[in-house]
Write a protein that binds this ligand. Structure first.
Ligand SMILES: Cc1cc2nc3c(=O)[nH]c(=O)nc-3n(C[C@H](O)[C@H](O)[C@H](O)COP(=O)(O)OP(=O)(O)OC[C@H]3O[C@@H](n4cnc5c(N)ncnc54)[C@H](O)[C@@H]3O)c2cc1C
Length: 281
């Protein structure tokens, strides 16, 4: 189908973009989710503001123990950045699992988190990394944690007129892994698990597990994390903790997987992610 007619502006400065967004225009980044939605008439914005030509939004920098990633940085740039691979390998690994080469070359980190697709990959890593998002409006700027940002299916803490300006993740010395059960046609996650952990005096510490695909919003599996803290990390301990990954969560069901099957997959992939992270300690 063909999208409804719309106005298109490609500003060169952030101020100009934010001014137009304050008047009700909609941001366009990679267009990998928005354009298909417009073609299907699931979205019909009257005015699109393309963020792609604003140079100030495209950077990856290290400062103060964190990586600061501009919103228009593509999945491919995250995946292939020596800085991200070296300083936050979980994020680079997660980016490498998104869609296909074409999608990774067009889709952006800011567009992906703002879209908040319940099957998107980044949100699992953002939860495990305790990422923060800088949200910018025409006359405001605030920083929101991943825990507060992902509110519900396709719903975030963004207010009208705001954009995700920057993603902040820690320089991460822990061992980590992202494991994903692919939906074979689209590549989206039926479930995806991001795990990071450290080992001190032979015991697991600082375990963080982010889950996507299972429910309306990505979340941290705190019961499973607690079950692993202080343990040696035997196969039995990992299996028992992974069984808690869907505890208290209402799982989604669709043509690809029933709720019970998704929960089962989540425990299987959680065990795989923790084992893979442990192998990298
Ligand atoms: C064939 C295909 C396969 C895919 N497979 C996967 C997959 O396996 N895993 C996965 O995670 N994703 C997958 N995707 C989605 C892809 O990662 C998209 O890039 C991503 O979801 C949206 O990013 P975008 O930059 O294209 O945003 P757009 O499509 O441009 O925008 C998406 C939404 O976010 C808003 N928006 C965009 N940028 C901002 C911003 N900076 N601040 C605030 N709001 C903003 C837009 O207004 C729109 O509502 C796939 C997409 C396709 C087409």
């Amino acid at each position: 189908m063909i999208a409804q007619a719309f106005e298109y502006t490609a500003p060169k400065t952030l101020d100009e973009a934010l001014g137009l967004l304050a008047e009700g225009a909609k941001p366009l980044s990679g267009g990998m989710s928005l354009i298909p939605m417009m073609k299907l008439r699931l979205a019909a914005p009257e005015h699109l503001v393309d963020l792609a030509r604003i140079k100030d939004l495209n950077y990856i920098r290290e400062a103060g123990g964190f990586l600061h990633i501009g919103t228009t940085v593509t999945h491919y740039e995250v995946e292939s950045s020596a800085l991200v691979r070296g300083k936050c390998p979980l994020l680079a690994e997660t980016a490498s699992h998104i869609g296909d080469v074409q999608v990774r070359n067009m889709g952006t980190i800011g567009g992906s988190v703002a879209h908040a697709d319940p099957s998107a990959d980044y949100p699992a890593a953002m939860q495990a990394l305790e990422a923060k998002f800088v949200l910018k409006g025409a006359s405001s700027e605030r920083t929101v944690s991943a825990a507060d940002f992902f509110v519900d299916m396709f719903t975030t803490a963004l207010e009208p007129g705001e954009i995700v300006r920057e993603v902040i993740v820690p320089v991460d010395n822990s061992a980590s892994s992202y494991q994903k059960c692919y939906q074979p046609a689209s590549g989206f996650a039926i479930v995806g698990i991001a795990a990071r952990l450290a080992k001190a005096a032979g015991k697991l510490a600082d375990v963080r597990i982010g889950v996507t695909g299972l429910s309306n919003r990505a979340y941290r599996a705190t019961a499973a994390e607690k079950a692993l803290e202080g343990k040696a990390g035997s196969a039995e301990e990992i299996r028992a903790a992974a069984a808690l990954v869907a505890q208290g969560v209402e799982a989604n069901a669709d043509i690809h997987a029933s709720a019970d099957y998704r929960k089962h997959l989540a425990s299987v992939y959680a065990a795989r992610a923790v084992e893979a992270a442990l192998a990298r300690v």
